[in-house]
Design a protein around this ligand. Sequence first.
Ligand SMILES: [Zn+2]
Length: 265
Amino acid sequence: MISGDLEGKQRTKVFTPLRQQSAVDQAVDSLLTAIALGEFGMGDRIPPERDLAGQLQVSRATVREAISRLNDLGLVEVRRGRGGGTYVSATWTSEVAAAAHRTFSADWPQLKLLLDLRSLIEGLVAATAAERLTAPCRRRITATLATHASATTPNQVRQSDREFHLAISEAARNPYLLELRDDLAAAVGVRFGSEPYVEDTAVTRRAKRQHAELAAAILARDAIRASEVARRHFKINVEAVEGLRARTDAETARTQRDGTFEKPK
Ligand SMILES: [Zn+2]
């Protein structure tokens, strides 16, 4: 049961980072957890320092230090010249599992409540979009749905999923609702605007079917149905995070027990 979980917690902390750590440690854990969640995949370019500083709400010096630690851990590589930048060079290491394990074990009850709240808000966003739909929003939802449907690589899936949900959010025509949605996504660790399942093709197929259902409900101006589908769709994230938690718990226990770490298949 989730009721009563907030007892003894300050309600104002809901939208702030959940743990007390040094800024650099926290930035490192956030980036590692984002890698664990599949928000950054193998070979993906990490956003520039300035953008990361904004997303993580830390200074650029903190971001630089955090990236340098990731570099020392062999998780990212810096490429110079044309197309230069910081690229993910490993996605599942003992450090990644340990960071995700720290994030999840410290904050699990709150994280579950925030994921639940996120589903509720996404339901509200979808219902409001159905009620306030304009012709340009209708076209944009249709176009972004088609792009997601034909996306094949994790990168394309990630990008087009973001654009589809952004099109729906903007159709709700309330910038504060959009901001609330973004803050909430950041608070549950999905700081970089993508969902934690894009590497899993079966889940991606399910997401594609749900997107079609969601778009159809919104375009038919069926607010109740849109809300129900959106809530169900965002439950995918809860399942993905629960699955990842089980995996990081198992890996951390194994690493502590016999020092071995299972590499991905
Ligand atoms: Zn989606």
